[in-house]
Design a protein around this ligand. Structure first.
Ligand code: GLN
Length: 485
């Protein structure tokens, strides 16, 4: 059952060949055994999962099943789950049990899906390797066969590793600057970051609110569509949620790609891009030509400013968002505070890890009087130019394609002492968040036995088109079906 997709599992359940309780037991057994090597889960919710599976079987017997009823999956540990620890990978929230569900959590619950637990992540979603988690690093299942410990990418590395290792068929994730797409690429799974505002941020612990977006991870594009069907939609509890109808994202998967206009941003096939990765990506694009698409080069003239703008704006917003963690109301509090100030300062000094502190310091500095105009305001102006680059490109083409990352999964420890090298992992992904447009990463080949991701970028609200393009590619390739040893 572990190799089956969400769509296939739904059919098994529908046919009555297996019950959700049996399926959930199988998945939990496998998960507990395999995750010792991977550390892709922070919390496994065994009892709750079995109770939910039981309820799902009853729901199905009563003729009230949805495509998700009784299907196991996992949540990134950034989505609040009522009554279940939600840590965001931090010591600060290690003891936090939310008294409410995120909208995304609630939606999966209503659909009858069975959550097996919460996946590991970089602390507060800041990182590209899932090494900064308070609960230890996650290991990429690829590479283990050769005895190598490679990073799964981040910050949603736990979700990506778990899906790649077939511990769950699907997992939720979030993407502020690449945290769905980069780990999807490094673990050989399929992930989608939707348009900003498409998926509610309510109950999703905030990092950089103007960039954060919840999204999907699974092995197939079809399963990403099934996830988005549940996740997308207007939510009055999120002031930046957009009130637009939600299509059935599975309905257009089979449309032919004939005539699809693909643009290749010149700036995304340059710089430190690994030559072997480029070759795999170009050969994937040739596959699209065989499917009837046309390809031309385009330019995103401000691409080289994206990392600089992102690493001002994201920390600035983080510094404001993370001021709520002060020991007063919930989360970690230092022992025996002398007075209020002592409580604030020691709580934050002890509760946050090094990367989170670095972001808070950088962000506070960029927002401070005297530096606001030079850094924050300037970055916001650059952001507008980057957005315009995409608007102009989508006048000429339907989608853009590029590598998701400049190179395949790196070794654990290789970049963890060098923040700037780590930030450059995001060179092809952050501009998409600055513009607010959707993008996917789709498995597109291997270099030295490690997966390579093809990034497909679309105009606002073009999720259906992206999923269609990814699905058609997956009908003629099998990169997404490869299994790590
Ligand atoms: N790697 C980027 C960062 O560290 C993006 C993280 C994310 O998308 N959550 O900020």
């Amino acid at each position: 059952m572990h190799d089956k997709s969400v769509a296939e599992l739904a059919r098994e359940l529908e046919s009555g060949k297996i019950s959700s309780v049996e399926l959930t037991r199988q998945f939990l057994g496998h998960l507990k055994q395999e995750d010792e090597q991977l550390n892709s889960f922070i919390t496994i919710t065994e009892d709750q999962a079995l109770a939910d599976a039981h309820a799902a079987d009853e729901q199905r017997a009563a003729g009230k099943a949805t495509p998700w009823t009784g299907v196991p999956f996992a949540h990134k540990d950034i989505f609040c789950t009522n009554g279940v620890a939600t840590t965001c990978g931090s010591k600060m929230l290690a003891n936090f049990v939310p008294p409410y569900d995120a909208t995304v959590t609630e939606n999966f619950r209503k659909a009858g899906a069975v959550c097996l637990g919460k996946t590991n992540m970089d602390e507060f979603a800041m990182g590209s390797s899932t090494e900064s988690s308070h609960f230890g690093a996650t290991t990429n299942p690829w590479g283990l066969g050769k005895g190598e410990k490679r990073v799964p990418g981040g910050s949603s590395g736990g979700s990506a590793a778990a899906v790649a290792a077939r511990l769950v068929p699907a997992a939720t994730a979030t993407d502020t600057g690449g945290s769905i797409r980069q780990p999807s690429a490094l673990c050989g799974v399929t992930g989608l970051k939707p348009t900003y505002g498409r998926v509610s941020r309510y109950g999703m612990i905030a990092f950089a609110s103007s960039l954060d977006q919840g999204g999907t991870m699974a092995r197939t594009a079809e399963d990403n569509a099934l996830m988005l069907n549940v996740m997308a939609g207007f939510d009055p509890r999120d002031s930046t949620s957009l009130d637009r109808p939600v299509p059935d994202y599975t309905a257009t998967l089979d449309e032919p790609l004939k005539g699809l206009r693909i643009g290749l941003p010149r700036e995304y096939f340059a710089g430190d891009l690994n030559g072997a990765v480029e070759e795999e990506v170009r050969s994937a694009i040739r596959e699209y030509e065989k499917l009837g698409a046309t390809v031309k080069e385009v330019s995103l003239p401000h691409a080289n400013l994206a990392i600089a703008a992102y690493y001002v704006i994201a920390p600035a917003e983080a510094s404001a968002n993370l001021s709520r963690f002060d020991g007063a109301r919930y989360g970690y509090r230092c022992a025996d505070p002398k007075d209020l100030l002592d409580m604030y300062t020691r709580t934050r000094a002890e509760g946050f890890g090094a990367e989170v502190k670095r972001r808070i310091l950088v962000g506070t500095y960029a927002l401070s009087a005297g530096y606001f105009d030079a850094y924050y305001l300037k970055a916001q102006k650059v952001r507008r130019l980057i957005q315009q680059d995409f608007i102009d490109a989508f006048r000429e083409v339907d989608v853009l394609m590029s590598p998701t990352t400049p190179s395949p999964a790196f070794k654990q420890g290789e970049k963890s002492d060098d923040p700037v090298t780590m930030y450059l992992e995001d060179v092809f992904t952050v501009a998409i968040n600055l513009a607010g447009i959707p993008a996917m990463s789709v498995p597109a080949g291997f270099v030295d036995g490690l997966p390579v991701g093809l990034q497909i970028i679309g105009d606002y609200f073009s999720e259906a088109r992206l999923l269609n393009a990814a699905h058609q590619f997956q009908q003629v390739t099998d990169w997404h079906q490869r299994e790590p040893q």
